[in-house]
Design a protein around this ligand. Structure first.
Ligand code: N01
Length: 540
């Protein structure tokens, strides 16, 4: 990692701010803007050499959002949402990154953002009641409040394969892709993993590679995106009524504009059920999960969706043996449903080989490739599409120390414990945007981020305005919230598979369902807590 001196980053090494913000993605950018509007001083530290967070790092071929672009954008400024023109139904990574750069310029945010700077430690000083933030660039700043805008999927996971560093070819992680792009023409490429990132990149890598080997441990369900250019008429209509469109979406499950069928799959006659699934398949994307009300609650109902997708795989994939290998046997939607463009079709290409590593794992990485079942696959490039240490990874990489010098890592040793996903006992004046215990990844992230930013900003303003020094949740409120999050998840099919929602993809990570399945009631709860003078928090 390059360590830049404060001179090179053109920033003061030290300073006092009202708020320190970690991360300059969607969350950090809006947090800065909002705090400025309230007349507070803030400094953002960002590890990347540009703003954009996940959209800065994830530049792999085919990276695009699975929430439609008219929704996956800020709504805090009507001028912004009116002037920005999205070109596709699902925005591509370059377009979202352009948008975020536009936002940074439009609201003059850059002067308070220090790039190329990783926050290494944040320590609460109990005597004075402020945070000391230390960075890789040598900063040591103090701030009354510290806001972690570190993202839910920002800490990449590269499994510790034997011989991992021995490979002499090129290797990449989808979540940390070279800015100049990668030319796979004429190369033998191995992709490890078949989650969302792999499913988006595989069809494009296959078009370039001389041969592509896909190493699949668990097949994933994916539905076609049917991405297209965004109809200017659709865009005009949404813009004519943007506020209503946003307000209505906020009241929908997951905060996403998806039509949710209220009917149970099990009471629906098979023919009708099939019609519903066909319609959703033709529409494309995440709305597939809204086909029936009980899909995420009843195994029997979920099986009907699984059978439908398995049937589609058999229709699309020519070789029945490959179709069989590609067919998941898990619960649909219990890992994030993938959205693709030509994924299953890619396995009909003669230059693509699917290698099942479910029962015989990748044994080791060698100088020339990798081995499975004693056979060496010679490769010019390996793509690790192996996901993230989700939701807590980036937070716990920072040495965060609260009251009594206690490390967050220690406080969360058995899984993250928060009140509302916003704050943690023992860590006064520290907030997490879309933290574990909030709906975050089970919603449209942007309105969720905006809701958190606004709540946090109001809370900070309240604390200062009333002359308090610190705010911290009570043990009772936090305990009740953690139990509630678990209880809600336990009533669904979500805990039934080894997903990153559960931390199950990272060896040694405690198995705890991290996001809260409760949007939109969550927003009411947060509003209610604030209206009651921050119920469940202690202010001193
Ligand atoms: O990561 P993942 P991702 N040996 O964790 C495999 C969002 N996102 O980057 O399932 C062999 O889903 C692992 O196998 P298994 C979205 O929320 C959104 O793809 O653990 N394989 C799995 O197949 C998404 O859910 C978009 O058995 C190993 C893969 O690696 C989240 O980000 C696009 C392995 C990891 O899949 C993460 O997606 C991209 C091993 N040792 C991402 N270890 C869109 O908006 C792991 N794997 C569309």
């Amino acid at each position: 990692e390059v360590k830049l001196t404060p001179m090179e980053t053109n920033q003061e090494p030290s300073g006092e701010f009202d708020v320190a913000i970690v991360g300059a993605g969607f969350a950090g950018l809006y947090m800065l803007h909002r705090l400025r509007e309230l007349g507070l001083s803030a400094r953002v530290f960002e590890a990347g050499s540009g703003v954009g967070g996940t959209w800065f790092w994830n530049r792999y071929p085919g990276a695009r959002c699975d929430v439609e672009s008219m929704e996956y954008s800020y709504q805090f400024s009507d001028e912004l949402q009116q002037e920005w023109v999205w070109t596709e139904r699902y925005a591509s990574q370059p377009e979202i990154l352009r948008y975020l750069n536009h936002v940074a310029d439009r609201f003059d945010l850059r002067r308070d953002i220090q790039l190329n700077t990783r926050v290494l430690a944040a320590t609460f000083n109990e005597t004075v009641g402020h945070w000391i933030v230390e960075t890789s660039a040598g900063n040591r700043v103090t701030a009354q409040f510290c806001v972690m805008a570190t993202g839910c999927l920002s800490s990449t996971n590269t499994p510790n394969f034997k011989g991992r560093d021995r490979f002499t070819g090129l290797s990449y992680h989808t979540g940390n892709w070279p800015h100049e792009g990668v030319d796979f023409n004429g190369k033998r490429v191995g992709v490890i993993g078949t989650g969302s990132s792999a499913i988006q990149s595989i069809p494009l890598i296959a078009q370039q590679a001389s041969h592509l080997f896909v190493f699949q441990r668990t097949p994933a369900y994916t539905v076609p995106a049917h991405n297209s250019l965004l109809d200017s008429e659709v865009q005009r209509e949404v813009k004519a009524n943007y506020a209503n469109f946003r307000a209505r979406n906020k009241l929908l499950p997951f905060g996403i504009n998806i039509l949710h069928n209220e009917v149970s799959a099990l009471v629906t006659p098979p023919q009708e059920r099939r019609r519903e699934y066909e319609q959703r398949w033709a529409q494309g994307g995440l709305p597939f999960l809204g086909a029936f009300a009980d899909l995420l609650f009843s195994m029997e109902a979920n099986d009907t969706a699984a059978e439908f997708i398995q049937g589609k795989i058999r229709e699309i994939v020519d070789d029945p043996a490959i179709a069989e290998k590609l067919s998941p046997r898990t619960v649909v939607g219990c890992k994030r449903l993938c959205v693709d463009t030509g994924y299953y079709q890619t396995f009909n290409r003669s230059n693509v080989t699917l290698i099942d590593v479910s029962s015989s794992p990748i044994e080791e990485i060698t100088k020339r490739g990798l081995t499975v079942k004693g056979k060496e696959y010679e490769l010019d490039a390996i793509v690790f599409a192996t996901g993230y240490d989700a939701m807590t990874g980036s937070l716990l990489k920072i040495d965060i120390r609260g009251k009594g010098g206690r490390a967050l890592k220690q406080a969360w040793a058995e899984g993250p414990r928060t009140y509302l996903g916003l704050a943690t006992v023992g860590f006064p004046n520290l907030f997490t945007i879309t933290g574990p215990g909030s709906p975050s990844v089970l919603t449209n992230m942007i309105p969720s981020i905006e809701q958190h930013v606004e709540w946090i900003a109001d809370c900070i303003f309240y604390v200062r305005d009333r002359g308090f020094a610190c705010i911290e949740p009570t043990l009772a409120a936090q305990g009740a919230w953690v139990n509630h999050v678990n209880e809600v998840a336990g009533a669904t099919l979500f805990p039934r598979c080894n997903s990153w929602y559960l931390g199950a993809n990272i060896p040694s990570k405690p198995r705890v369902f991290m996001p809260y399945l409760g949007f939109p009631p969550y927003v009411e709860k947060c509003d209610d807590v604030a209206a009651k003078g921050y119920e469940g928090f202690v202010l001193i």
